[in-house]
Design a protein around this ligand. Structure first.
Ligand code: AMP
Length: 317
């Protein structure tokens, strides 16, 4: 039986469905969670469907996350979207569910679903959600389409990343037919406060370049506090240093109140294996990882330098 049909059959089996995403969710995660929730509520009005975990300010215009009690999980199906490793799922109560479906587009770190649809080549999980709905002839309304379109727009860097294919544009075009207002979405996504603009100035004047060709910016929590911005807004500036010729790999390393996170990006060598060395993972050209302390940054820079050096040697750059 085709995977789409298997997923639909599981959905039909359960009266309670709880949709999980990952910690510090991005637009694709929230778009996939809320888009799927809306579609399931529309097609199965008698079922109780929830989306749980964290919210992201950046895409809060898409709707709200639900609060659910533990006992709801007893006979529930958990659908986990946009997350390659179970440790990273927001709200670990997915483990209490009777069955788990994983729907994702990351390079798998672990396999945590009873049923899994993982398509690494897809640029956004929201595109996979759309394909599940379409292949099962499920109804889609403007709210679902808006969430899924936002997921695709944000995870493709507004249709600029190399994982974008003609299929992605076809899905986006079909979503527009449900009344998605692309200008309104773009306006929401493009808002930048004066504090964020000033912080961008900080990043542009403090990033470091290594001899080997690695660009990075270190952001302590004191800096985030000084500029009076959210950690999310600070972390979102990773691509400010993405365009420098000769520096194909770049990182924004940021200290949150509880951990130090690396946002790692590349337009050259694959970086997911480097992220794996630092409790992370993700995609070949966009991964995330963690440092156990600032002392570890030196070693991370060394490893990033080696990766770039070898890449340049192999590509005669
Ligand atoms: P980020 O820099 O947080 O945008 O992460 C880039 C990509 O890597 C995203 O698709 C994340 O879902 C994924 N990612 C980030 N952090 C981790 C991690 N610790 N483990 C596995 N995947 C991660």
């Amino acid at each position: 039986m085709a995977i789409y049909e298997q997923i639909l059959n599981k959905i039909k089996e359960y009266n309670v469905i709880i949709i999980h995403g990952h910690v510090r969710p991005d637009g694709d995660c929230i778009g996939s969670q809320l888009g799927l929730r809306e579609a399931l509520r529309l097609n199965f009005p008698d079922k109780k469907v929830y989306a749980v975990g964290e919210m992201s300010n950046y895409v809060s215009f898409l709707g709200k996350i639900d609060e659910v009690s533990d006992d709801l999980y007893n006979n529930a199906l958990a659908i986990c979207v946009d997350c390659g490793n179970s440790e990273r799922l927001s709200d670990q109560r997915f483990k209490l569910a009777k069955e788990v479906i994983k729907i994702d587009h990351h390079i798998p770190v672990d396999s945590y679903g009873d049923l899994e649809l993982v398509e690494e080549e897809k640029p956004a999980c929201a595109q996979i959600i759309y394909e599940i709905l379409e292949n099962n002839n499920l109804k889609i309304n403007k709210e679902t389409a808006t969430c899924l379109y936002t997921g695709i727009v944000t995870d493709t860097g507004r249709f600029r990343f190399d994982s974008v294919t003609s299929e992605t544009f076809v899905v986006a075009a079909k979503l527009l037919n449900y009344g998605v207002n692309i200008v309104e979405i773009d306006n929401y996504l493009s808002v930048e406060t004066l504090d964020v603009i000033k912080f961008k100035g900080y990043v542009l004047s403090h990033f470091k370049l290594t001899r080997e060709g690695f660009a990075y910016i270190k952001i302590t929590k004191e800096i985030v506090e000084k500029y009076n911005i959210s950690y999310e807004d600070a972390a979102n500036q990773v691509n400010l240093i993405s365009t420098i010729p000769g520096y194909p790999v770049w990182s924004l390393v940021i200290e949150y109140p509880t951990e130090i996170r690396i946002r790692l990006r590349s337009r050259g060598p694959d970086v997911d294996k480097l992220a794996n060395l630092y409790h992370g993972g993700g995609h070949a050209k966009a991964s995330g990882a963690k440092l156990s302390s600032w002392d570890e940054l030196k070693q991370f820079i060394k490893d990033a330098n080696n990766l770039v050096k070898n890449y340049k040697k192999e590509n005669l750059e």
